[in-house]
Design a binder for this molecule. Structure first.
Ligand code: CP
Ligand code: NVA
Length: 314
């Protein structure tokens, strides 16, 4: 049954970065996700006979499972290629991988180190390519983060979200997505770990259109003051394992604990993309406390990505 789903195409062939989406695309994704979430076992023919290839250079729990389960909920199938031992493009060109896969499957989800590999896959393939995380951005994550906030708050417009920690891939996508949706975004990092200037400049331009603001700070107390939600992610991302010890020292004052949460609005939500490290970027009392929405976000990865698959695959 697909009667309630409007699956006409959105403005993009691919989902590489949320900065490339229109606000109306995000609203369409959310409308479909809400329908799919309402009837998990109802829409089993939406992607009947459609096939998804997943190629991952890095570990994953949430992204892998939710795309796999999501595709099967919609009646499609998945082939997974574990690419953790060699970078995509090392055995044959990224272009040739794309030109082969498009003959067999209807969509590709890739998790890569280099963001350019995703851009090259998308440029070469006639089928949609979805970014399942690159070193630069994590669009499916941020789309699920803000979808979750739409379930918690009557409106996102004018709310303030503070991201505390490393100006990494998740942070970049949270910035890009917040500004499209009218959410004020504050990012607070140690000096030298701020988000990329290009992302901040691009988001600042987009923020102006949606009536939101972007602030980059280094003082966590100031950054969290009066926030509606506080978000953090690991201090060392996949590929930065050699830096963990140095980063644990450098980021120690940026842990999201109860004292920091108490500076935010009463009832402010705690967000994390997971995996999380209790006692490092987040105190256990916050991660496991009543304001934590981390598992709601993880659940919504399924519903939001099903919507993305349903809207992109033809
Ligand atoms: N948040 C997230 O993308 O989790 P995985 O790395 O487990 O996919
Ligand atoms: N920033 C983290 C996100 C994991 C979902 C990483 O890249 O490892």
């Amino acid at each position: 049954m697909t009667a309630t789903l409007d699956l006409s195409p959105i403005s993009q062939k691919d989902l590489i970065c949320t900065s490339l989406l229109q606000r109306s695309d995000i609203e369409r994704i959310y409308a479909v996700a809400r329908e799919l979430k309402r009837g998990r076992d109802v829409h089993t023919k939406v992607l009947g006979n459609k096939r998804l290839a997943m190629i991952f250079e890095k570990d994953s729990l949430r992204t892998r499972f939710t795309f796999d389960i999501g595709m099967s909920d919609l009646g499609g199938t998945v082939s997974f290629m574990d690419h953790r031992d060699a970078r995509i493009g090392s055995r044959e060109s990224v272009k040739d991988i794309a030109k082969n896969l498009e003959r067999w499957v209807h969509c590709i989800v890739a998790r890569t180190f280099k963001h350019k590999v995703l851009e090259d896959l998308a440029a070469a393939a006639d089928i949609p390519v979805i970014n399942g995380l690159s070193d630069h951005v994590h669009p499916c994550q941020a789309l699920s983060d803000f979808f979750t906030l739409t379930e918690k708050w009557p409106s996102l417009q004018g709310r303030t979200l503070t991201f505390v920690g490393d100006g990494n891939n998740t942070c970049h996508s949270v910035i890009h997505t917040a500004v499209k949706l009218g959410v004020h975004i504050r990012v607070c990092t140690p000096e030298g770990y701020e988000p990329s200037a290009r992302v901040v400049n691009e988001a600042t331009r987009a923020a102006h259109e949606a009536g939101s603001e972007v602030h980059i700070l280094n003082d966590p107390q100031q950054a969290v003051e009066g926030a509606d939600a506080v978000y953090t992610d690991v201090w060392a991302s996949m590929g930065q394992e050699d830096e963990i010890e140095d980063r644990n020292g450098l980021f120690a004052d940026y842990q999201v604990d109860e004292a920091l949460m108490s500076r935010a609005k009463p009832g402010a939500l705690f967000m994390h993309c997971l995996p999380a490290h209790r006692g490092k970027e987040v105190a256990a009392e916050v991660m496991d406390g009543p304001r934590s929405v981390v598992y709601d976000i993880a659940e919504n990865r399924l519903h939001v990505q099903k919507a993305i698959l349903a809207l992109l695959i033809r």
